[in-house]
Design a protein around this ligand. Structure first.
Ligand SMILES: *[C@@H]1O[C@H](CO)[C@@H](O)[C@H](O)[C@H]1NC(C)=O
Ligand SMILES: *[C@@H]1O[C@H](CO)[C@@H](O)[C@H](O)[C@H]1NC(C)=O
Ligand SMILES: *[C@@H]1O[C@H](CO)[C@@H](O)[C@H](O)[C@H]1NC(C)=O
Ligand SMILES: *[C@@H]1O[C@H](CO)[C@@H](O)[C@H](O)[C@H]1NC(C)=O
Ligand SMILES: *[C@@H]1O[C@H](CO)[C@@H](O)[C@H](O)[C@H]1NC(C)=O
Length: 546
């Protein structure tokens, strides 16, 4: 739910758009093409970073055997350390393509130990004790390809891994406590936890840490020597290097109007859904592999690449100006823009966003990494794509306009949350809660999502937030690596709505959800029903335990 979309971009982006007729344009000859060189492009970057509150961005474009790259703005706004093409960023959900590729090594392996593994192998056959769902049929039928293409019937349930700090194994084991929302293979639903499950299966079957496999099987063969799977390894590397720095992640606090630095301790533990840290130059090597699937130096076979990039599940029309069906492959998204197939994936995590896309038939690709949770990277991507395709003015995809609409829609959703969540509510007839607010304070527990502590005062500063009538605040009861907090706003009786925030300023990722207390026959609060998975109407039951 929360953004965190480690994701694939915000569900908020699931708006827009149609596109007019597609005309093929002659492409520039390779010797003329230099996408980052113009003064106009630099002015565009400056404007975009400025408007979308993004401290820095690194860009690399690959065309044929040429790579163009540049860094703009700051990796660290206090030290003014610049972004360069070698600056490292959290790459978020672009990690999913590496998880799929690592699994492909087992699927296509000739080693007898892995002979049973194919894309249709059941996850439960590889991690039987860990992989248990509510539904017996789903438990025993979800395949590796289902998990890697988001067609398992399981919605995000991201609070399972963001409200506390579970290990990879715990993340997967908690799936048994949260409901599926659809039958298997009936609906495309983004689910980070299924990628965690695949990475756990890989580690279990090989007896080897995912970070080691990624390095040995994929990154070393491709020459991706500045790519990591753990923050501490990354920092150890950058401390020794005077060439490579790590970008700090920033969240813009709209109350104080400052960029708040995300502590390194608030970055997610490595898992198959997100967790890769890299730079745009290394990512170009990754993109090149997909552009040249038959190259003998590739670490995965052409047939593995073919499967990884083929449609496994249709996606509902998204925000892209697609002229064909959008589909999810394995850890990759496919769509059609102006008649050209476009492949790639984006990623977002606590203070960082990344997008990588390529057009196989034109031997062209781009990767953008930035240190803010904003839509700047998307805007840059579409500009570079339209520049490359020589799309005429007037036919270009207006991603900046789309981003403004997404933001406006999000603000409206936050401002009208009560009306949206409780269309039947009548403010003039609202009644107060049954008990004094202090009776609702305490610890609430859900087996899958873990603990929430409710309080009348806003931790950690103890002050009430202005403008929230009868507020209650909810904070994770134990360490959570995302700085999650929720404000509960009263509606009527025991009905409330909650705004879940993930740290200061990440309002684009805020979620609103219904909440309802239950009072027992003893006159005490029994627990809280919370719409912890916003895609489902169902409320998850948090029992009041103290
Ligand atoms: C973009 O911003 C940088 C840093 O402020 C500045 O040095 C550069 O001149 C600007 N470029 C353009 C084209 O505005
Ligand atoms: C790079 O592309 C140019 C122009 O197409 C070609 O002449 C050259 O051989 C290519 N170099 C490599 C290393 O492939
Ligand atoms: C596995 O064996 C097949 C058939 O002998 C061969 O074509 C393929 O290259 C082998 N794959 C690997 C990863 O060695
Ligand atoms: C940010 O603050 C400005 C006022 O300073 C306000 O107009 C805008 O709606 C706020 N945005 C969000 C998302 O809260
Ligand atoms: C966590 O978020 C709260 C506001 O939501 C903020 O006051 C606090 O500084 C944040 N802490 C960190 C470590 O980012």
């Amino acid at each position: 739910m929360l953004l965190f979309h480690l994701l694939c971009l915000p569900r908020a982006l699931a708006v827009l758009t149609g596109l007019g007729s597609v005309k093929q344009r002659p492409l520039q000859s390779p010797h003329e093409y230099d996408p980052l060189a113009s003064h106009d492009f630099e002015a565009f970057i400056n404007r975009t970073l400025d408007e979308f509150l993004t401290p820095g961005v690194a860009i690399a474009v690959v065309h044929g055997n040429k790579t163009f790259s540049k860094g703009y703005g700051y990796a660290n706004i206090h030290t003014h350390d610049p972004v360069t093409p070698r600056t490292l960023f959290q790459a978020g959900s672009t990690t999913k393509s590496f998880t799929a590729a690592t699994m492909s090594k087992l699927v296509y392996s000739n080693e007898s130990a892995y002979a049973e593994i194919s894309w249709t192998t059941k996850l439960a056959d590889l991690i039987r004790d860990d992989f248990v769902l509510h539904d017996e049929y789903a438990t025993t039928h979800i395949t590796l390809a289902d998990a890697l293409s988001h067609r398992t019937g399981m919605p995000r349930h991201d609070l399972v891994w963001t409200i506390s700090d579970p290990t990879l194994k715990e993340q997967v084991r908690q799936l048994r406590y949260v409901p599926l929302s659809h039958e298997i293979r009936t609906e495309w639903q983004y689910c980070n936890l299924m990628f965690s499950a695949v990475s756990l299966a890989i580690e279990t079957v090989t007896g080897t840490a995912m970070g080691t496999l990624l390095r040995e099987w994929i990154w070393q063969p491709l020459g991706m020597h500045e790519t990591f799977y753990s923050t501490s390894e990354t920092l150890a590397f950058t401390e020794q290097s005077d060439q490579v720095n790590m970008a700090r992640g920033y969240l813009y606090d709209n109350y104080t109007k400052v960029q708040v630095e995300v502590p390194y301790s608030d970055l997610p533990p490595a898992n198959g859904a997100g967790g890769v840290i890299s730079n745009v130059l290394d990512y170009i090597r990754w993109i090149r592999m997909f552009l040249h699937p038959s190259s003998s130096s590739n670490p995965i076979s052409a047939s593995a690449i073919k499967t990884m990039t083929s449609a496994h599940m249709l996606m509902a029309p998204e925000w892209r100006p697609s002229t064909g069906a959008d589909f999810y492959a394995l850890g990759l998204i496919g769509s059609v823009y102006r008649g050209h197939e476009l492949l790639g994936h984006n990623g977002a995590i606590n203070g960082y966003m990344t997008d990588m896309q390529w057009v196989p038939e034109l031997d062209w690709g781009v990767v953008i990494m930035q240190n803010a949770y904003s839509l700047a990277a998307e805007i840059v991507l579409w500009r570079l794509l339209d520049d490359f395709l020589l799309t005429p003015e007037g036919e270009r995809f207006d991603m900046a306009g789309t981003a403004r609409q997404v933001q406006a829609k999000k603000i409206e959703q936050l401002e009208s949350a009560r009306e949206i969540l409780y269309p039947e509510a009548d403010v003039s007839a609202a009644v107060g809660p049954a008990l004094p607010l202090s009776a609702y304070e305490g610890l609430y527990h859900h087996p899958g999502y873990k603990g929430l502590r409710l309080s009348k005062s806003r931790e950690p500063d103890g002050a009430a937030l202005p403008g929230a009538p009868l507020p209650l605040y909810a904070n994770p009861a134990t360490r959570s690596y995302l700085n999650i907090s929720a404000t509960l706003h009263h509606v009527s009786g025991e009905h409330w709505w909650a705004q879940v925030q993930s740290g200061p300023g990440s309002w684009l990722a805020d979620e609103v959800m219904r909440a309802r207390f239950e009072i027992g026959a003893n006159g005490k609060v029994k627990g809280l029903g919370l719409q912890a998975e916003p895609a489902m109407a169902e409320l998850a039951w948090f029992e009041k335990v103290e």
